[in-house]
Design a binder for this molecule. Structure first.
Ligand code: FMN
Length: 189
């Protein structure tokens, strides 16, 4: 399946024209990036990625994920809440999306909704990779703290799941080691 034929310019010259990539190759080659070009994603491109996230499996079709695309004022509030060291790390990517999950209070449904929200987050990262973008799922402590939650308007009934970083890639990333399938799998008789 062709995931992308889009053109993506980058400040470091990594990437450029992105050839169509099949799904399994995309899964293997998606990486966590910590350096990004300065150009933010266009609103339409963000909307396209979040539209794809709607297709995540979710039990009882609760669509529990919530995405907050961080604008300049929200970023300033978040940096203020994070303090100087944390604030510097919030400058790494030009586009940040807070992902949270609406919790209804039923323990089983809440657990399943968190799983579904994680899948939706992964869809965003994988689809971004398919378009030649770099991504990073980060869980900074500030978004677990009351000040950070308030900075991005997270209500009490939403669990913070991730701060997705998106932008153009600036470096080649080597894949970290993965345990072999045998280490994590058992075929039951
Ligand atoms: C739920 C979740 C939370 C994560 N939080 C962080 C984080 O706070 N900081 C970080 O450096 N990486 C974080 N990561 C990224 C992982 O470190 C990364 O996926 C792992 O090192 C494997 O690298 P890869 O994504 O390039 O395959 C997180 C990933 C997940 C799924």
């Amino acid at each position: 399946m062709a995931l992308s034929t889009q053109r993506r310019g980058t400040s470091a010259g990594v990437g450029g024209y992105v050839a169509p990539v099949d799904l399994e190759t995309a899964i293997r080659t998606r990486r966590t990036h910590k350096a990004f070009g300065s150009e933010p994603l266009a609103r339409e491109e963000i909307e396209e990625l979040l539209e794809l996230a709607r297709w995540a499996p979710n039990h009882n079709l609760t669509a529990p994920w919530r995405f907050r695309v961080v604008g300049p004022e929200a970023l300033a509030r978040l940096k203020e809440a994070a303090g100087p060291e944390g604030a510097a790390k919030l400058n790494r990517a030009p586009t940040l999306i807070v992902v949270s999950c609406v919790l209804g209070g039923d323990p089983v449904q809440d657990e399943e909704d968190l799983h579904a929200t994680a899948v939706a987050s992964y869809i965003v990262l994988l689809a971004a990779h398919g378009r030649g973008l770099a991504g990073y799922w980060r869980t900074p402590g500030v978004l677990r703290a009351p000040e950070g939650r308030a900075a991005v308007g997270l209500p009490d009934d939403e669990r913070f799941v991730g701060l997705l970083h998106l932008g153009g890639p600036r470096q080649e990333k080597q894949p970290p080691q993965r345990p072999p399938v045998e280490q994590t799998t058992v075929f039951l008789s």
